[in-house]
Ligand binder design. Structure first.
Ligand SMILES: CC(=O)N[C@H](C=O)[C@@H](O)[C@H](O)[C@H](O)COP(=O)(O)O
Length: 226
């Protein structure tokens, strides 16, 4: 197992991302978020784009899962589409690269295998496969991913709108069948859900919105008062 992957076992990874149209967008805020997460005991950070990653690297030694989110030609989000985007996040300080492995975006197993091998061999970092189904997770593990994650469940044509909360069934299925560690990610809102993800077999848990998006956190409280 790669030493970076070993460091993440049973850890909370905090996703520090803020879209360009939100008030906390920008490397200064994301670095502060990462520092705050580390003070709270996070074992890793997930971050988007070279600028944010560089700023986060300057304030923490925690492992950083780097991504480069873009739109594909159909207007769907694609996470770290190619080797060049992976190279930029690694040069900025990421220790691990995550990339989307949804079938509709990566239909060729040999191409996915080549991309994963290039990231591992040329850039020297492990790869996490962001998936939406069990089949995609098994496919990505076969293609050589070091970790598979439930990140895209609910966000691909195959799974859109299927889940309200975290897809712990997918986490459990992957944990039973994939031969690599499984990361639970997506719509984890409470510490109890994070714990349940570990109990379902997750190796590590990523939480974003519930920790780093004050607008959504506020909205939940406001809705509770209606
Ligand atoms: C689908 C997609 O683009 N997910 C993104 C992946 O990096 C982020 O927008 C999520 O915030 C992240 O996965 C953590 O999930 P949650 O914020 O639900 O805890």
């Amino acid at each position: 197992m790669h030493p970076t992957v070993a460091k993440l076992q049973h850890k909370l990874i905090v996703s520090c991302q803020a879209r360009a149209d939100t008030p906390l967008h920008g490397p200064r805020f994301m670095a502060a978020m990462a520092e705050a997460a580390e003070r709270g005991g996070a074992g890793g950070i997930r971050a988007n784009g070279a600028e944010d990653i560089r700023a986060i690297r300057a304030v923490t030694q925690l492992p950083i899962i780097g991504i480069d989110k873009r739109l594909d030609p159909q207007g769907n989000v694609i996470i770290t589409p190619d080797l060049e985007s992976a190279r930029r996040v690694v040069e900025a300080g990421a220790d691990l690269v995550a990339l989307s492995c949804a079938f509709y975006q990566r239909p060729s197993l040999p191409e996915l295998h080549t991309l994963i091998r290039e990231i591992q061999d040329e850039l020297g970092v492990p790869v996490m496969a962001d998936c939406s189904t069990l089949e995609e997770g098994l496919w990505a593990a076969e293609a050589g991913a070091d970790l598979v994650a439930s990140t895209l469940s609910g966000y691909t044509p195959a799974t859109q709108g299927l889940h309200q909360g975290p897809d712990l069934e997918l986490v459990a299925d992957l944990a039973r069948q994939a031969r690599v560690p499984v990361v639970a990610e997506g719509r984890i809102w409470t510490p109890q859900e994070a714990r349940a993800a570990l109990e379902a077999g997750a190796y590590a848990v990523v939480v974003g919105t519930a920790i780093t998006n004050p607008t959504e956190i506020t909205r939940r409280f406001v809705e509770a008062l209606l």
